[in-house]
Design a protein around this ligand. Structure first.
Ligand SMILES: NC(=O)C1=CN([C@@H]2O[C@H](COP(=O)(O)OP(=O)(O)OC[C@H]3O[C@@H](n4cnc5c(N)ncnc54)[C@H](OP(=O)(O)O)[C@@H]3O)[C@@H](O)[C@H]2O)C=CC1
Ligand SMILES: O=C(O)C1=N[C@H](C(=O)O)C[C@H](O)C1
Length: 273
């Protein structure tokens, strides 16, 4: 029997960090090896289980990621772009699995994650849930079936008031799926903001609209708007555990893979859809 996979959670006291600690604690096949926060954070020196609402589990939050990674099998990272770039270099050095859920990353950051995949097994996705990844397959099919002359595509998202990046990683993932269905590059066709006298909608563009407020975990809709009819494909996240469970699945899947840069579609066997 394989030993339980030893996982490090970085950003341990964040919303996702806490959800991950709880899920790892109850899951079979994984064990929490270490919990990391930035130097000076209030959580340093505290018990990770206490922070996540489990009671003490004997893992003290540390600010030394490299020491944690060197004796681990993988790291799960829902933090911030600059932190994830730093962790990618360390995970590559330690040659472990790096699951990245962080959103708002720049093209330069993405290039660094891909480069880290030469040594680490990197899985990155703007959304780790099964539902959103399946939705992206449906969006790609719909965008392919419905031509740009007759059908306009808009992506709408709403998140809690603490979210710092826009459009969400999921909205961009769904926009990418729509663009792939149309055989176009999202970067050349996306309209991320509208304000003032914008003129009429440009045919073939993919628009984004962002709402922020309250405690919304994550709502996404892709609207395909035709003459006289609308098709709406939606996903509503009701709980952060869907992202944490997906991240754990990704870590276990990547454990026996070659070094590389993978997506959640690879993990779920949906990449050829
Ligand atoms: N792909 C997916 O399925 C999902 C992705 N996300 C993404 O995950 C990220 C985190 O979301 P969320 O948990 O809500 O955010 P939080 O702000 O609640 O948590 C992020 C945590 O990471 C910590 N952190 C930042 N920099 C470092 C560092 N250098 N070293 C150690 N810890 C660090 C933060 O500490 P501090 O507060 O001190 O900065 C904080 O505790 C976002 O990008 C979000 O969009 C979220 C849910 C699902
Ligand atoms: O910040 C969040 O909370 C979430 N971020 C991800 C995103 O940017 O799409 C995933 C999920 O929607 C929650």
């Amino acid at each position: 029997m394989t030993d339980a996979m030893k996982l490090v959670v970085v950003g341990a006291s964040g919303r996702m960090g806490q959800a991950l600690i709880r899920i790892i604690h109850e899951a079979e096949g994984t064990v929490l090896h270490a919990a990391v926060e930035r130097p000076g954070a209030a959580a340093i020196g505290r018990d990770a289980g206490e922070i996540a609402g489990l009671g003490p589990i004997g893992i003290t939050v540390t600010d030394d990621p490299l020491a944690a990674f060197l004796a681990a099998d993988g790291v799960i990272d829902f933090t911030a772009p600059a932190a994830s770039v730093e962790f990618a270099a360390l995970a590559a050095q330690a040659r472990i699995v790096h699951v990245i859920g962080t959103t708002g990353c720049s093209p330069d950051d993405e290039a660094k994650f891909e480069a880290a995949g030469r040594h680490a097994r990197v899985v990155k996705s703007g959304n780790m849930s099964l539902g959103v990844n399946l939705l992206s397959v449906l969006v790609k099919q719909a965008a392919k079936a419905l031509d740009a002359a007759g059908w306009d595509i808009e992506v709408l998202e709403m998140h809690h008031k603490h979210k710092v990046d826009a459009p969400s990683g999921t909205a961009l993932l769904l926009g990418d799926a729509a663009a792939a269905g149309r055989g176009i590059d999202l970067a050349d066709h996306s309209v991320r903001v509208r304000d003032g006298h914008t003129g009429p909608r440009e045919q073939g563009s993919i628009g984004f609209a962002t709402l922020r407020g309250g405690s919304v975990v994550g709502d996404h809709s892709v609207v395909l708007a035709g003459e006289g009819e609308l098709i709406t494909l939606s996903h509503n996240a009701l709980d952060r555990t869907i992202f944490a469970r997906g991240a754990l699945k990704a870590a276990l899947w990547a454990r026996d893979r070659k070094p590389g840069y993978y997506s959640m579609l690879d993990v779920l066997g949906l990449s050829s859809s």
